[in-house]
Design a protein around this ligand. Structure first.
Ligand SMILES: [Zn+2]
Length: 199
């Protein structure tokens, strides 16, 4: 299961060389992320969404990065007292500020309303359905963040403790420590090396 807010948080990633890569650092990267996640936006909106209507510029990058910071700050709160992702541990927002920003983003969708076509299933419609595409995108991210953080999957959220990893991931079973087998293998090698050289 993919969650839109989670996918946005995951644009901060390890660059494979000990640093952090930011998928929203460029206009191209941001455009690519928006295009790739159109289906998840549609899932939140409950109707079709044309991501090509968004003209991606520095303002759009900044907007998404702001919501991402709120989401990642709240993720850090979820995994606490375990340490948060190392990527932004020193730049986390205060909880009240993160909540305000996420709620403000979700406001872009307006209020949830029930629609029930004569021939069909009841569905949620958003009162701000005629907003601009950027508002709808940001609103969908905000809404998915609220749904995730109030839903059962919150309890499976972890920050990978591998030395250079910056990922948040959903634990598949209670014994899973690392985000991926490659992080686990790298850590085992590191520990073996440290033991060998410690004495
Ligand atoms: Zn990892």
């Amino acid at each position: 299961m993919s969650v839109l807010a989670f996918e946005l948080a995951a644009t901060v990633r390890h660059d494979g060389q000990g640093g952090v890569a930011d998928g929203l650092a460029t206009v191209e990267g941001t455009r690519e992320w928006i295009r790739a996640n159109g289906p998840l936006v549609e899932g939140v909106l409950g109707r079709s969404f044309d991501s090509t209507l968004i003209t991606v510029d520095g303002g759009v990058q900044e907007r998404l990065a702001g919501v991402r910071r709120a989401v990642r700050s709240l993720f850090a709160r979820v995994v606490s007292p375990a340490p948060p992702s190392k990527a932004d541990a020193s730049r986390l927002l205060a909880p009240a500020e993160a909540l305000r920003l996420l709620n403000e983003a979700a406001d872009g969708l307006g209020t949830a309303q029930l629609d029930w076509p004569e021939e069909g299933e009841p569905v949620t419609r958003w009162s701000a359905g005629s907003s601009g595409p950027l508002e709808l995108l940001v609103g969908a991210v905000g809404r998915s963040g609220i749904d995730f953080l109030t839903g059962p999957d919150r309890h499976r959220l972890r920050a990978c403790p591998a030395a250079r990893c910056v990922k948040y991931f959903l634990q598949d079973d209670p014994r899973q420590t690392w985000c991926s087998p490659s992080c686990g293998n790298r850590e085992r090698v590191n520990r073996h090396y440290q033991r060998k050289h410690a004495g």
